[in-house]
Design a protein around this ligand. Sequence first.
Ligand code: SF4
Ligand code: SF4
Length: 196
Amino acid sequence: MQNEINNANRLCSACGMCCDGTLFQSATVGLSDEALVAATGLTINNNQGELSFAQPCKFYCQSQCSIYLKRPPVCINYRCRLLKKLDRGEMELEAALAKVNMVRALQAGLADILPDAGTKPVSAAEVLDVRASIDEADPSQRMQHAVFLMLSTKYIGLIRDDFWRRPKPADVLEAAEAETQEKQQARIILDSYKIQ
Ligand code: SF4
Ligand code: SF4
């Protein structure tokens, strides 16, 4: 058991993608957790009653959560698919770390070619937005953006298959109607399935 905890800690310490904006643009705050989360110093946004705080998280510093012992419930409870596979013994730590490194390498490649990439990690949502702006039915656009299309296909594919939780069917149906974190996640997963 202790070994499993150590492996999970090592994986998350090397990753941080559920804190640094790579996977999400925001994190959900339960209504009953509002006071608790506000007390940490996080700014809570209220979108028609759906509460959240922004990502990248302001408390993610030097690859660590600087409020770890009082982090919000959503952070305590989030376990990506990769971490679950590690927990269940379906994947070795080295293989899981290799997945994280692959995502980071693709992210660095995308940052080199996206003109508006800043110093923050290139997010999945940003990549999907750029893809949506390219007319892939047009051969000249495919040619012009060939490197971006290749890198982004691998990047989104890895995130979708190893990091995002699968959306619930109800969230998928409602994805177009509101942009809460889970629905946003559902929408971008649906978008990612268009990538072949
Ligand atoms: S995305 Fe997964 S592996 Fe990475 S820090 Fe979050 S829970 Fe850990
Ligand atoms: S509070 Fe900590 S665990 Fe939660 S998103 Fe921010 S840095 Fe990550």
